[in-house]
Design a protein around this ligand. Structure first.
Ligand code: MG
Length: 259
């Protein structure tokens, strides 16, 4: 009997010590793709393939709706003197990215995403000047994600609560929607029925308690943009679910060396 108790007790010890190491590992998201490398550029088609090639969990993009209803992939509101929201598509397409690519359409981008099934797409829809334009953009994005069959490995991130609620109506439960603006606690995010917070380094350093609050409420936590080793280590130790960084290669190495 004593022996059985001893075995049972040691079993518990083994299980509990194993569980300490089983906490889900921080996942790496390449901010605007993996662009900090040869022949790549922010939000280029190459940047998704390169994020995939180094084993990123996810790769982030920014999507605008042009005045003539084309979805394009680019970050800056004003890029090379053109406003993404008001310039016609044909003008925007004349701009060359630093790696020689044209600014991609979302349709072109998703064709690349489809070819790299191991990497998740983190799609940011940029806030637009009025809600009706955001609704048009969200609807068009939903159509394209379904057309390319990548909805089940896409997460949506938005600053606009209007856009968040529009996407929530468009998608079945299970498609994750994260809020970027940093002004709502995880409890409020839970009440809104959103999946997670995706907040800046500054916001989460001011509210480190939001990570635990989020996890207690089944809300996930992503942080942007953690580029220094100090910030990466801080957020790994804080237990965030995802780190978005301009240096995904360095973060991957850091996580490997921490094991
Ligand atoms: Mg972005």
């Amino acid at each position: 009997m004593k022996l059985l108790n001893l075995i049972a007790a040691s079993g518990i010890i083994i299980i509990s010590s194993a569980s300490q190491f089983c906490r889900a590992e921080t996942k790496v998201v390449a901010h605007r793709g993996f662009w900090n490398t040869e022949n790549s550029a922010q939000n280029s088609l190459a940047s998704f393939a390169k994020a995939d090639s180094i084993g990123c969990f996810g790769s982030e993009i920014d999507v605008w709706l042009t005045t003539d209803d084309h979805l394009i992939v680019n970050h800056d509101k004003n890029f090379h003197g053109l406003y993404m929201e008001t310039a016609p598509f044909d003008e925007i397409r004349k701009i060359k990215l630093p790696n020689g690519e044209k600014i991609p359409t979302l349709d072109e981008y998703l064709a690349v995403v489809r070819k790299h099934p191991d990497t998740r797409l983190i799609l940011e829809m940029k806030s637009l000047t009025d809600y009706s334009r955001e609704d048009v953009a969200a609807n068009k994005i939903a159509v394209l994600l379904r057309k390319h069959g990548v909805l089940d490995r896409t997460d949506i991130i938005v600053f606009s609560l209007n856009a968040a609620m529009t996407f929530k109506k468009l998608f079945p439960t299970g498609v994750k929607i994260f809020y970027l603006d940093g002004d709502l606690s995880p409890k409020k995010i839970k009440k809104l029925g959103l999946s997670g917070i995706d907040y800046s380094v500054k916001v989460l350093k001011k509210h480190p308690e939001w990570v635990e609050q989020a996890h207690k409420n089944d809300v996930e936590v992503n942080v942007w943009t953690a580029n220094s080793e100090e910030d990466m280590k801080y957020f790994i130790d804080l237990g965030v679910d995802y780190i978005t960084t301009d240096h995904p290669d360095k973060l991957i190495n850091l996580l490997k060396n921490k094991k």
